[in-house]
Write a protein that binds this ligand. Structure first.
Ligand code: CP3
Length: 345
Protein backbone atom coordinates (compact mmCIF):
# COMPACT_ATOMS: atom_id res chain seq x y z
CA UNK A 1 0.00 0.00 0.00
CA UNK A 2 1.39 3.44 -0.89
CA UNK A 3 0.97 6.25 1.61
CA UNK A 4 -0.47 9.58 0.49
CA UNK A 5 1.80 12.66 0.53
CA UNK A 6 1.90 14.37 3.94
CA UNK A 7 0.03 17.68 4.29
CA UNK A 8 2.11 19.04 7.18
CA UNK A 9 -0.91 18.70 9.49
CA UNK A 10 -0.15 15.71 11.76
CA UNK A 11 -3.74 15.10 12.82
CA UNK A 12 -5.16 15.28 9.30
CA UNK A 13 -2.33 13.04 8.06
CA UNK A 14 -3.09 10.46 10.74
CA UNK A 15 -6.72 10.44 9.62
CA UNK A 16 -5.49 9.92 6.05
CA UNK A 17 -3.65 6.82 7.21
CA UNK A 18 -0.14 8.11 7.93
CA UNK A 19 0.85 7.03 11.45
CA UNK A 20 2.78 9.63 13.49
CA UNK A 21 5.51 8.86 16.02
CA UNK A 22 3.42 10.56 18.75
CA UNK A 23 -0.35 10.41 18.42
CA UNK A 24 -1.83 13.83 17.62
CA UNK A 25 -4.54 14.85 20.07
CA UNK A 26 -7.79 16.76 20.32
CA UNK A 27 -10.59 16.52 22.85
CA UNK A 28 -14.26 16.07 22.06
CA UNK A 29 -16.16 19.17 23.28
CA UNK A 30 -12.81 20.89 23.86
CA UNK A 31 -14.52 24.30 23.72
CA UNK A 32 -16.95 24.50 26.62
CA UNK A 33 -17.96 25.11 30.16
CA UNK A 34 -14.82 23.72 31.86
CA UNK A 35 -13.05 26.89 30.53
CA UNK A 36 -13.78 30.17 32.38
CA UNK A 37 -13.10 32.15 29.19
CA UNK A 38 -15.84 30.12 27.44
CA UNK A 39 -18.34 30.82 30.23
CA UNK A 40 -17.60 34.52 29.87
CA UNK A 41 -18.33 34.60 26.12
CA UNK A 42 -21.34 32.32 26.61
CA UNK A 43 -22.86 34.80 29.09
CA UNK A 44 -22.71 37.73 26.73
CA UNK A 45 -23.87 35.76 23.68
CA UNK A 46 -27.52 35.40 24.71
CA UNK A 47 -28.83 31.92 23.95
CA UNK A 48 -26.61 28.96 23.09
CA UNK A 49 -27.90 28.92 19.50
CA UNK A 50 -27.16 32.66 19.24
CA UNK A 51 -23.56 31.79 20.07
CA UNK A 52 -23.52 29.06 17.40
CA UNK A 53 -24.70 31.61 14.79
CA UNK A 54 -22.37 34.48 15.82
CA UNK A 55 -19.24 34.03 13.64
CA UNK A 56 -17.00 36.31 15.68
CA UNK A 57 -17.89 34.77 19.04
CA UNK A 58 -17.99 31.20 17.71
CA UNK A 59 -14.51 31.71 16.23
CA UNK A 60 -13.28 33.02 19.56
CA UNK A 61 -14.55 30.03 21.58
CA UNK A 62 -13.27 27.60 18.94
CA UNK A 63 -9.75 29.00 19.38
CA UNK A 64 -9.79 29.31 23.19
CA UNK A 65 -8.68 25.74 24.00
CA UNK A 66 -5.78 26.00 21.49
CA UNK A 67 -4.41 29.03 23.33
CA UNK A 68 -4.18 27.02 26.53
CA UNK A 69 -3.17 23.57 25.28
CA UNK A 70 -0.93 22.04 22.61
CA UNK A 71 -3.88 20.55 20.70
CA UNK A 72 -3.45 19.41 17.09
CA UNK A 73 -6.94 20.39 15.96
CA UNK A 74 -9.64 22.99 16.36
CA UNK A 75 -13.23 21.82 16.09
CA UNK A 76 -15.85 24.21 14.78
CA UNK A 77 -17.95 25.58 17.62
CA UNK A 78 -21.56 24.69 16.80
CA UNK A 79 -23.97 21.90 17.67
CA UNK A 80 -25.48 18.89 15.94
CA UNK A 81 -28.96 20.38 16.53
CA UNK A 82 -28.44 23.35 14.19
CA UNK A 83 -29.75 20.99 11.48
CA UNK A 84 -33.28 20.62 12.91
CA UNK A 85 -33.18 24.35 13.69
CA UNK A 86 -32.23 25.16 10.09
CA UNK A 87 -35.05 22.89 8.87
CA UNK A 88 -37.55 24.98 10.81
CA UNK A 89 -38.14 22.76 13.85
CA UNK A 90 -38.28 24.59 17.19
CA UNK A 91 -35.01 23.94 19.12
CA UNK A 92 -34.14 25.51 22.50
CA UNK A 93 -31.33 24.85 24.95
CA UNK A 94 -32.42 25.03 28.58
CA UNK A 95 -29.74 25.65 31.18
CA UNK A 96 -29.14 22.49 33.17
CA UNK A 97 -31.60 20.57 31.03
CA UNK A 98 -30.00 20.30 27.60
CA UNK A 99 -31.83 20.60 24.29
CA UNK A 100 -35.62 20.76 24.03
CA UNK A 101 -37.28 20.35 20.63
CA UNK A 102 -40.93 20.43 19.56
CA UNK A 103 -41.22 16.70 18.68
CA UNK A 104 -41.82 15.77 15.03
CA UNK A 105 -44.96 13.75 14.33
CA UNK A 106 -46.15 12.02 11.16
CA UNK A 107 -48.33 15.11 10.64
CA UNK A 108 -45.62 17.78 11.14
CA UNK A 109 -42.81 15.95 9.31
CA UNK A 110 -43.90 17.53 6.00
CA UNK A 111 -43.34 21.03 7.41
CA UNK A 112 -39.57 20.58 7.60
CA UNK A 113 -38.15 22.78 4.87
CA UNK A 114 -34.80 21.74 3.38
CA UNK A 115 -34.82 24.55 0.79
CA UNK A 116 -33.72 27.28 3.20
CA UNK A 117 -31.47 25.08 5.37
CA UNK A 118 -28.07 25.96 3.85
CA UNK A 119 -28.95 29.68 3.75
CA UNK A 120 -29.92 29.48 7.43
CA UNK A 121 -26.56 27.88 8.18
CA UNK A 122 -24.54 30.58 6.39
CA UNK A 123 -23.12 31.97 9.69
CA UNK A 124 -21.53 28.56 10.38
CA UNK A 125 -19.69 28.68 7.05
CA UNK A 126 -18.53 32.21 7.81
CA UNK A 127 -17.21 30.98 11.18
CA UNK A 128 -15.19 28.26 9.44
CA UNK A 129 -13.58 30.81 7.13
CA UNK A 130 -12.61 32.98 10.09
CA UNK A 131 -11.17 30.06 12.05
CA UNK A 132 -9.25 28.89 9.00
CA UNK A 133 -7.52 32.26 8.58
CA UNK A 134 -6.64 32.46 12.28
CA UNK A 135 -5.32 28.90 12.64
CA UNK A 136 -1.63 27.94 12.48
CA UNK A 137 -0.89 25.89 9.33
CA UNK A 138 0.03 22.71 11.25
CA UNK A 139 -3.36 22.62 13.01
CA UNK A 140 -6.27 20.66 11.55
CA UNK A 141 -9.71 22.27 11.36
CA UNK A 142 -12.49 19.76 12.02
CA UNK A 143 -16.08 20.35 10.92
CA UNK A 144 -18.93 18.09 12.00
CA UNK A 145 -22.56 17.11 11.94
CA UNK A 146 -24.75 14.67 13.83
CA UNK A 147 -25.47 11.39 12.08
CA UNK A 148 -29.02 11.10 10.74
CA UNK A 149 -30.18 8.63 13.42
CA UNK A 150 -28.69 10.60 16.33
CA UNK A 151 -30.28 13.84 15.09
CA UNK A 152 -33.57 11.99 14.46
CA UNK A 153 -33.64 10.75 18.09
CA UNK A 154 -33.75 14.38 19.26
CA UNK A 155 -36.20 15.44 16.52
CA UNK A 156 -38.62 12.64 17.39
CA UNK A 157 -38.08 12.39 21.15
CA UNK A 158 -37.87 16.13 21.72
CA UNK A 159 -34.99 15.83 24.18
CA UNK A 160 -32.11 13.61 25.20
CA UNK A 161 -33.13 10.24 26.64
CA UNK A 162 -31.19 7.30 27.96
CA UNK A 163 -32.83 4.71 25.66
CA UNK A 164 -34.17 6.64 22.62
CA UNK A 165 -37.46 4.74 23.07
CA UNK A 166 -39.56 7.39 21.29
CA UNK A 167 -37.44 7.31 18.13
CA UNK A 168 -37.02 3.53 18.16
CA UNK A 169 -40.77 3.06 18.43
CA UNK A 170 -41.50 5.71 15.76
CA UNK A 171 -39.14 3.91 13.35
CA UNK A 172 -41.01 0.62 13.91
CA UNK A 173 -44.55 1.98 13.90
CA UNK A 174 -44.19 4.48 11.03
CA UNK A 175 -41.46 3.01 8.80
CA UNK A 176 -42.41 5.14 5.77
CA UNK A 177 -42.39 8.44 7.67
CA UNK A 178 -39.15 7.41 9.39
CA UNK A 179 -37.53 6.57 6.04
CA UNK A 180 -38.59 9.99 4.66
CA UNK A 181 -37.05 11.71 7.68
CA UNK A 182 -33.79 9.75 7.36
CA UNK A 183 -33.50 10.48 3.62
CA UNK A 184 -34.06 14.18 4.33
CA UNK A 185 -31.37 14.13 7.04
CA UNK A 186 -28.87 12.29 4.84
CA UNK A 187 -29.37 14.86 2.07
CA UNK A 188 -29.21 17.97 4.27
CA UNK A 189 -26.26 16.62 6.30
CA UNK A 190 -24.35 15.82 3.10
CA UNK A 191 -24.92 19.37 1.77
CA UNK A 192 -23.89 20.71 5.17
CA UNK A 193 -20.62 18.74 5.31
CA UNK A 194 -19.78 19.56 1.70
CA UNK A 195 -20.31 23.28 2.43
CA UNK A 196 -18.14 22.99 5.56
CA UNK A 197 -15.32 21.39 3.55
CA UNK A 198 -15.51 24.15 0.96
CA UNK A 199 -15.64 26.85 3.69
CA UNK A 200 -12.34 25.69 5.22
CA UNK A 201 -12.78 22.47 7.23
CA UNK A 202 -9.83 20.09 6.65
CA UNK A 203 -11.89 17.07 7.66
CA UNK A 204 -15.28 16.31 9.20
CA UNK A 205 -16.64 14.11 11.98
CA UNK A 206 -20.04 12.44 12.02
CA UNK A 207 -21.30 12.17 15.61
CA UNK A 208 -23.42 9.02 15.93
CA UNK A 209 -23.74 9.48 19.68
CA UNK A 210 -26.75 7.18 19.98
CA UNK A 211 -25.53 4.08 18.15
CA UNK A 212 -26.40 2.11 21.29
CA UNK A 213 -29.59 0.32 22.35
CA UNK A 214 -30.16 -0.97 18.81
CA UNK A 215 -30.61 -4.55 17.70
CA UNK A 216 -28.56 -5.70 14.74
CA UNK A 217 -31.26 -5.06 12.16
CA UNK A 218 -32.00 -1.60 13.57
CA UNK A 219 -28.27 -0.84 13.59
CA UNK A 220 -28.05 -1.80 9.92
CA UNK A 221 -31.07 0.32 8.98
CA UNK A 222 -30.63 3.39 11.21
CA UNK A 223 -26.83 3.56 11.53
CA UNK A 224 -24.90 1.64 8.84
CA UNK A 225 -26.98 2.47 5.75
CA UNK A 226 -27.48 6.22 6.45
CA UNK A 227 -23.82 6.75 7.48
CA UNK A 228 -22.72 4.97 4.30
CA UNK A 229 -25.12 7.04 2.18
CA UNK A 230 -23.89 10.24 3.84
CA UNK A 231 -20.23 9.38 3.24
CA UNK A 232 -20.96 8.48 -0.40
CA UNK A 233 -22.83 11.74 -1.03
CA UNK A 234 -20.04 13.82 0.48
CA UNK A 235 -17.40 11.95 -1.55
CA UNK A 236 -19.44 12.39 -4.75
CA UNK A 237 -18.81 16.14 -4.35
CA UNK A 238 -15.45 16.04 -2.53
CA UNK A 239 -13.73 12.79 -3.60
CA UNK A 240 -10.85 13.02 -1.10
CA UNK A 241 -13.01 14.12 1.87
CA UNK A 242 -11.51 12.84 5.14
CA UNK A 243 -14.26 11.64 7.46
CA UNK A 244 -14.33 10.31 11.03
CA UNK A 245 -17.33 8.33 12.25
CA UNK A 246 -18.03 8.16 15.99
CA UNK A 247 -20.62 5.42 16.54
CA UNK A 248 -20.86 5.65 20.33
CA UNK A 249 -22.04 2.38 21.83
CA UNK A 250 -21.70 0.35 18.61
CA UNK A 251 -19.82 -2.26 20.68
CA UNK A 252 -19.65 -5.59 18.78
CA UNK A 253 -20.57 -3.81 15.55
CA UNK A 254 -17.57 -1.44 15.29
CA UNK A 255 -15.88 -3.75 12.77
CA UNK A 256 -18.87 -3.58 10.45
CA UNK A 257 -19.12 0.21 10.92
CA UNK A 258 -15.47 0.64 9.94
CA UNK A 259 -15.70 -1.70 6.92
CA UNK A 260 -19.13 -0.74 5.57
CA UNK A 261 -19.58 3.03 5.96
CA UNK A 262 -16.48 4.23 4.11
CA UNK A 263 -15.18 6.48 6.91
CA UNK A 264 -11.40 7.04 7.20
CA UNK A 265 -11.31 6.98 11.01
CA UNK A 266 -13.46 5.33 13.66
CA UNK A 267 -13.92 7.06 17.01
CA UNK A 268 -14.06 4.57 19.87
CA UNK A 269 -16.07 5.14 23.04
CA UNK A 270 -14.43 4.34 26.38
CA UNK A 271 -16.38 1.08 26.89
CA UNK A 272 -14.68 -0.48 23.83
CA UNK A 273 -12.01 -2.97 24.94
CA UNK A 274 -8.67 -2.01 23.37
CA UNK A 275 -7.62 -5.50 22.27
CA UNK A 276 -11.10 -6.18 20.86
CA UNK A 277 -10.98 -2.99 18.77
CA UNK A 278 -7.53 -3.84 17.50
CA UNK A 279 -8.60 -7.35 16.54
CA UNK A 280 -11.86 -6.51 14.70
CA UNK A 281 -10.73 -3.39 12.82
CA UNK A 282 -8.92 -3.82 9.50
CA UNK A 283 -5.11 -3.57 9.75
CA UNK A 284 -3.95 0.05 9.42
CA UNK A 285 -7.49 1.40 9.90
CA UNK A 286 -7.18 4.70 11.79
CA UNK A 287 -8.70 4.97 15.27
CA UNK A 288 -9.54 7.88 17.55
CA UNK A 289 -10.09 7.67 21.30
CA UNK A 290 -10.81 6.51 23.89
CA UNK A 291 -10.09 7.72 27.43
CA UNK A 292 -13.05 7.82 29.85
CA UNK A 293 -13.78 11.56 30.45
CA UNK A 294 -14.12 10.85 34.18
CA UNK A 295 -10.49 9.65 34.29
CA UNK A 296 -9.64 13.18 33.13
CA UNK A 297 -11.76 14.65 35.93
CA UNK A 298 -10.07 12.51 38.60
CA UNK A 299 -6.58 12.89 37.07
CA UNK A 300 -3.36 11.56 38.65
CA UNK A 301 -1.67 8.16 38.14
CA UNK A 302 -4.83 6.28 37.05
CA UNK A 303 -5.33 8.74 34.17
CA UNK A 304 -1.70 8.58 33.10
CA UNK A 305 -1.58 4.77 33.24
CA UNK A 306 -4.74 4.40 31.18
CA UNK A 307 -3.62 6.99 28.60
CA UNK A 308 -0.39 5.02 28.25
CA UNK A 309 -2.31 1.74 27.75
CA UNK A 310 -4.39 3.33 25.00
CA UNK A 311 -1.34 4.68 23.19
CA UNK A 312 0.38 1.27 23.39
CA UNK A 313 -2.71 -0.66 22.27
CA UNK A 314 -2.84 1.34 19.02
CA UNK A 315 0.90 1.55 18.41
CA UNK A 316 0.56 -0.51 15.21
CA UNK A 317 -2.00 1.70 13.43
CA UNK A 318 -2.71 5.42 12.83
CA UNK A 319 -4.05 6.74 16.15
CA UNK A 320 -5.54 10.11 17.11
CA UNK A 321 -5.64 10.44 20.87
CA UNK A 322 -8.99 11.68 22.27
CA UNK A 323 -11.52 10.97 24.96
CA UNK A 324 -14.15 8.27 24.49
CA UNK A 325 -16.89 10.95 24.82
CA UNK A 326 -17.05 14.70 25.43
CA UNK A 327 -15.12 16.46 28.19
CA UNK A 328 -17.40 17.30 31.13
CA UNK A 329 -17.79 20.76 32.75
CA UNK A 330 -16.22 19.80 36.11
CA UNK A 331 -12.89 18.79 34.51
CA UNK A 332 -9.88 20.52 36.15
CA UNK A 333 -7.93 22.48 33.54
CA UNK A 334 -4.56 21.30 34.90
CA UNK A 335 -5.56 17.68 34.22
CA UNK A 336 -6.17 18.52 30.56
CA UNK A 337 -2.74 20.16 30.32
CA UNK A 338 -1.12 17.11 31.97
CA UNK A 339 -2.90 14.62 29.69
CA UNK A 340 -1.74 16.39 26.55
CA UNK A 341 1.78 16.62 27.92
CA UNK A 342 2.05 12.86 28.58
CA UNK A 343 0.50 11.87 25.24
CA UNK A 344 3.05 14.06 23.47
CA UNK A 345 6.03 12.86 25.53
O1 CP3 B 1 -16.50 19.83 20.57
C1 CP3 B 1 -16.59 21.06 20.56
O2 CP3 B 1 -15.93 21.80 21.34
C2 CP3 B 1 -17.43 21.73 19.49
C3 CP3 B 1 -18.78 22.03 19.84
C4 CP3 B 1 -19.83 20.94 20.08
C5 CP3 B 1 -20.94 21.17 20.94
N1 CP3 B 1 -21.81 20.12 20.81
C6 CP3 B 1 -21.12 22.36 21.78
C7 CP3 B 1 -22.07 22.33 22.89
C8 CP3 B 1 -20.03 19.69 19.50
C9 CP3 B 1 -19.11 18.91 18.56
C10 CP3 B 1 -21.28 19.18 19.96
C11 CP3 B 1 -21.86 17.90 19.52
C12 CP3 B 1 -23.11 17.42 20.13
N2 CP3 B 1 -24.20 18.15 20.56
C13 CP3 B 1 -23.43 16.05 20.30
C14 CP3 B 1 -22.55 14.90 19.87
C15 CP3 B 1 -21.45 14.64 20.84
C16 CP3 B 1 -21.91 14.02 22.13
O3 CP3 B 1 -21.68 14.67 23.16
O4 CP3 B 1 -22.42 12.92 22.12
C17 CP3 B 1 -24.70 15.97 20.88
C18 CP3 B 1 -25.45 14.71 21.26
C19 CP3 B 1 -25.18 17.31 21.04
C20 CP3 B 1 -26.50 17.77 21.54
C21 CP3 B 1 -26.34 18.58 22.77
N3 CP3 B 1 -25.85 19.88 22.78
C22 CP3 B 1 -26.66 18.22 24.09
C23 CP3 B 1 -27.22 16.88 24.52
C24 CP3 B 1 -26.35 19.31 24.91
C25 CP3 B 1 -26.63 19.43 26.38
C26 CP3 B 1 -25.59 18.75 27.20
C27 CP3 B 1 -24.46 19.69 27.49
O5 CP3 B 1 -23.30 19.29 27.32
O6 CP3 B 1 -24.76 20.81 27.91
C28 CP3 B 1 -25.80 20.32 24.07
C29 CP3 B 1 -25.32 21.66 24.50
C30 CP3 B 1 -23.93 22.05 24.12
N4 CP3 B 1 -23.34 21.80 22.93
C31 CP3 B 1 -23.03 22.79 24.93
C32 CP3 B 1 -21.86 22.97 24.17
C33 CP3 B 1 -20.62 23.73 24.56
C34 CP3 B 1 -23.30 23.33 26.31
C35 CP3 B 1 -24.30 24.45 26.25
C36 CP3 B 1 -23.86 25.73 26.92
O7 CP3 B 1 -22.69 26.11 26.81
O8 CP3 B 1 -24.72 26.37 27.53
Amino acid sequence: MTSPDPTGKPLLDTARGIRQARPPVWIMRQAGRYLPEYRQVREKAGSFLDLCYAPELATEVTLQPLRRFDLDAAILFSDILVIPDALGQSVRFETGEGPVLEPITTDTLGRLDPDMAMANLAPVFETLGRIKSALAPEKTLIGFCGAPWTVATYMIGGRGSSDQAAARLFALQYPDAFARLMTLLVDVSADYLIAQLSAGADMVQIFESWALNLDELAFETYVLAPNKALVEKVRAAVPDAVITGFPRGAAGLIGRYARETGVNVIGLDYATPLAFADSVLPAQFAVQGNLDPLRLVAGGPQMEARAQEIVEAFSNRPHIFNLGHGIVPQTPIENVARLIEIVKQ
